[in-house]
Write a new protein. Sequence first.
Length: 729
Amino acid sequence: MSKRLRKPVKKEKDFSDKIIKILSQSANKAFNYKQIGAKLELDDTQSRNQIIKDLKILAAQDKIIESEPGKYLIKAASQDYYEGKIDMTGRKTAYFVCAELEEDVFIPTNNLNHALDKDIVKVYVYNRRKGKRPEGEVIEVVERNKTDFVGVIDIQKNFSFVSTANPKMYTDIFIPKDNIGDAEQGDVVLVHIEDWPKKADSPFGKVIKVLGKPGEHDTEIHAILAEYGLPSEFPIEVETYAQKIDTSITESEIANRRDMRDTLTFTIDPKDAKDFDDALSFKKLENGNYEIGIHIADVSYYLEEGTILDDEAYQRATSVYLVDRVVPMLPEVLSNFACSLRPQEEKYTFSAVFEISEKAEVVNQWFGRTVIFSDQRFAYEEAQYIIETKDDTIPEETSITGSSYQVSPEIVAATLKLDELAKILRRKRMNDGAISFDKVEVKFNLNKDGEPEGVYFKVSKDANHLIEEFMLLANKKVAEFIGKQKKTFIYRIHDEPNEDKLFAMQAVISKFGYKIDFKQGDVSKALNQLMADVNGKKEQNLIDTLAIRSMSKAKYSTDNIGHYGLAFDYYSHFTSPIRRYPDVMVHRLLQFYLDGGKSVDEELYETKCLHCSTMEGLATNAERDSIKYMQVKYMQDHQDQEFLGVISGVTEWGIYVEIIENKCEGMVRIRDIKDDYYTFDEKQYALVGATSNQLLQLGDEIYVKVKNADLVKKQLDFNFLRRSGESVN
């Protein structure tokens, strides 16, 4: 007799997670099993029975509450339900970051439920058992990080799509036909997401601005600004308001200020600077000490609170320094003229005036509003020439005027003494534990059309350090003056470095033969030693970058925790109000307290600090993107050239290579390395050849050639040619 074939038993489904999600999305509403079944679009008997069973189990587990017979609510303090931020990867998955959780939670693509990078979301967390990687599902997008995106439009007959170059934006944006505006096929556009229907694969958007054609210089620069929500021009009403401001210097206002027009005063700035925030004055006193004034443009005199000009400056919060242009915080009539401390002009300033001894000790200090007259404008190169040669004649090749000229003996003597005092101040800071990050800055020689013709590196010298030390002194002493009064103030704070990041950096730099000696307990001195050791080496830029990334980010706050990197207990930003709004607020608060005002609302100013820190971060990202863009543009014109580079990163999909002569970084994809079959070895930070066992690892020098230079994605791809030292076949 043949065996009867058993009918397979249908496995019961567990609806627990979906029930939690439904109840969480309506946290104050009770549901019965029929309502949950309807939400899940299930009406068969077996499914309904399973829902009833799961509801009872969840209630027994104390995850939900039976608020009345047969009706259930999510438990308010459910330990599996959290609010935090989405951090997208480049592979359409994400991590959920929440301060309440010990580790980040993995979010698979199908559990994102319309969440985008940096959105604030509510997440239900699964797999919280030990040994299991926690996973989660987004149940609600609480707050969008951004709703405006830059991309290229693809116009079809009845609709369009906009795709972005951002690897973390995993979906394109659907544009209905009547929302295309003036866009033409292939334009770079700024779009606003208006809606994302529950069952739609893509969000619905509207074109709000056409930026131009891909690859065109102005298009790409404006696209960078638009990507971060940064303006490219001032509203006409703001420009009109600024033009009407009375910028004349009047006797009545001079009478309200300390008159320092007769004191020797000069500025030292980059040769291409158009706004001069700060000036130094110098006078030798009869007792042998020196009166040194740090004079800062009195922007707050012109920038009245509550005006449209002030509102615009606050919203911008900072000037944005792109490779080929500056997007100023203030209109040009103020930034380049009225507030700029230009030579041979009287200007209103806010000053910190110190009596300083030969040992660079502050004996006395004074803060207040002043009027000055700038006797001389120097570029850093000119001041550096005086410091190095002690010569009073600036040669033609160094002069910003294009011809040689003579400097007064008084200015030469003042420059040399200020340099001497600055070096003492710098030594004191370093001995106190300040960290010296003199990272090489990449700069471009641009032609009249903004096209890159060459690359050079900006290095800080004595003249830069001279200005830096006296600006730091003013910032420190202003913060200390108010901080010790225990009044609300805006500080520039910097927390201690992240220990995990330091250990991760240690693993990388050991490949180059360096180490950080944590045993001594003084991380700052160990980092300074590392900076000194790598100075001038091929791997300097990589290690400088890693060290900076291991540090906490400096930010603005009313809660003073000190500045770790500078080794200051008190620090603020007082010296650049033309380009930073926090400095404007510091000026206003300082004057208010000098006039006897009581402590202001801390919560209000903390909100302003958060805004300014956020805008600073966006400006920094835009500046970085503009450098990447210009590097790609530069390399487009050098596609036939071989370059020697250093491997700056190793991943499972290839190696990052930084070209030594110009610091441009690109990727060699693993499939494009033809001399062997390579796999990624995480422990060695290396690609290992299957046949030869040869390594491609951090710090190795290799020759590469440009394979692809993508201006829109700001991305370089290289072809691997050979290792350094290998002969050309």
